[in-house]
Design a protein around this ligand. Sequence first.
Ligand SMILES: Nc1ncnc2c1ncn2[C@@H]1O[C@H](COP(=O)(O)OP(=O)(O)OP(=O)(O)O)[C@@H](O)[C@H]1O
Ligand SMILES: [Mg+2]
Length: 235
Amino acid sequence: MPLLETQALHGRYGQIEAIHGVDISVERGAIVALLGANGSGKTSTLRAITGTIKTEGTVLYDGVALQQRTPEDAARLGIAHVPEGRGTLSALTVWENLSLGAFTKSRKQMQERYERTVVYFPWLAERKHQTAGTLSGGEQQMLAIARALMMGPTLMLLDEPSLGLAPLIVRQIFDLLRKINKEDGVSILVAEQNATVALAAADHAYVLEAGNVALHGPGDELMRDDRVRRSYLGY
Ligand SMILES: Nc1ncnc2c1ncn2[C@@H]1O[C@H](COP(=O)(O)OP(=O)(O)OP(=O)(O)O)[C@@H](O)[C@H]1O
Ligand SMILES: [Mg+2]
């Protein structure tokens, strides 16, 4: 049974329907990539899963249909959403941002999560009291991932973690995601325009076109697919 499964998932902004019946699934322990051009519906799919926008269709989590989907319910179930543009609060310190990720935890649990999180991001410990807005773009993206990790999530949804970052930092971020996936067993659904880096990390990938799944398959298979290569890999 998949950890997450969407069936005929629609998502809308007022009159505008952004996704028109998306079926995707994330096996427990897997890294799944959601690829597609600008406006293809990657962000809307992630938002529809956590109920950030108005949706129709079914989202099954661990085989159970999520009835009233809200971001709070998603968080309670262990789904951490790292949104487009990171969502870190720039006026708050690194520590304040991290503690927001663990707002449901006791003081002791929060400390335990912090100790686990800094294993992946040791530099955060030295920057604990730095204002988040003064971190570099790459550091802010890492802080956003660290904040999600503070929750002790089962599933992480990431929206374009590579956005605006240099290739070296992007590689570091995907290496960290792979490590978090392997060592903490966190399942990952990552929306990306950078298909090369996402496919290299993904067990399975979906390509969205105009709000529908155009094709999907194992990451290495899609990497060899002519359509994917022409449209997304540029060779
Ligand atoms: N707040 C909004 N109001 C109205 N329409 C929106 C809104 N956000 C997105 N859309 C529309 O929904 C469709 C899908 O957009 P979405 O942001 O999900 O795409 P995306 O794949 O994440 O694109 P990008 O790679 O640029 O982030 C687009 O047609 C877009 O114009
Ligand atoms: Mg987007």
